[in-house]
Design a protein around this ligand. Structure first.
Ligand SMILES: Nc1ncnc2c1ncn2[C@@H]1O[C@H](COP(=O)(O)OP(=O)(O)OP(=O)(O)O)[C@@H](O)[C@H]1O
Length: 262
């Protein structure tokens, strides 16, 4: 890594490929090495909070951006630093209002929540909030932002996409997932994003070679195997990083490769 500021990472991919699982593993690993992590749950279908080990009670205590959409709509209309705006000029992670944040160790979770408008790519206040946040948030060298995104980058403007240091597209073996990945890469290039990487998840023994062949247009950070214990952890509401050493080890390699390439 050449730059001195912290990293902003967005995890994307088709629904159900394992974005939340990978995002939670990365949050855990960054926090374990002493980084201050802002985990942003921007996927209305996901529950990054539970994957990080927050209890339903803890999650219920905070307000999601969607729940506060009227306020957010009013305030995201104003430029940061102006009266009535949500953020001060050049906000830091600590400047995000506490009512939106739930903490666990070094991890601060922010949930955009379920949009009343529904549908991906909408220009709803939640996405406007995310854009402002990614564009204006100033990270200390020790800060890391991990965004669990909804599929697709359609709702991202050029400036916002370029504010992210790396996009990780999670791909599972299958043509539909490859096509989503290809579309994401095309869109990312259109938006001027240089750093787009793939992580292949849910790979069964013997599939590695053919999957890599289909994804030769994307630099690969790593391969995660299909592992029933990941589903088991999900069923019991236990974070994967507490139960599955193999996934943690592989995610660590993914994180190292990412840091060496941004
Ligand atoms: N390597 C794996 N092996 C087996 N199951 C996995 C693996 N990774 C994720 N899963 C399971 O697949 C399901 C979807 O995973 P996850 O929620 O992380 O995906 P997602 O892309 O965030 O989904 P969504 O788009 O619905 O939010 C979960 O039940 C999860 O436990």
């Amino acid at each position: 890594m050449t730059e001195k500021h912290g990293l902003k990472i967005a995890v994307s991919g088709k629904g159900g490929v394992g974005k939340t699982t990978l995002a939670a593993l990365l949050c855990h690993l960054f926090s374990k090495e002493g980084k201050s992590v802002l985990a942003v749950d921007a996927d209305p279908d996901a529950n990054l909070g539970m994957a990080l080990g927050f209890s339903p009670d803890e999650l219920a205590q905070v307000t999601t951006i969607a729940e506060d959409r009227k306020l957010i709509k009013e305030r995201t209309g104003a430029e940061p630093g102006t009266p009535g705006s949500l953020f001060c000029l050049n906000p830091r992670v600590d400047d995000i209002p506490e009512k939106y944040i739930v903490n666990k160790g070094n991890i601060r979770l922010l949930q955009l929540g379920q949009s009343a408008a529904g549908g991906s790519g909408c220009y709803c206040p939640e996405n406007t909030f995310l854009k402002k946040l990614l564009n204006h948030l100033v990270l200390a060298p020790n800060d890391t932002v991990v965004v669990d995104m909804e599929a697709g980058l359609e709702h991202m403007g050029r400036g916002t996409a370029r504010a992210v240091d790396a996009f990780i597209v999670v791909v599972e073996p299958g043509q539909r997932s490859f096509q989503t990945a290809a579309a994401t890469v095309r869109l990312a290039k259109d938006l001027g994003v240089e750093k787009v990487f793939a992580v292949i998840n849910k790979v069964h023994p013997g599939q590695e070679e053919s999957v890599c062949r289909f994804l030769d247009f994307l630099p690969l950070l790593g391969i995660l195997p299909f592992n029933p214990s990941v589903i088991e952890a999900d069923l019991t509401g236990t974070p994967v990083f507490e139960t599955n050493g193999q996934m943690v080890q592989l995610a660590e390699q993914i994180k190292d490769k990412l840091e060496n390439n941004v």
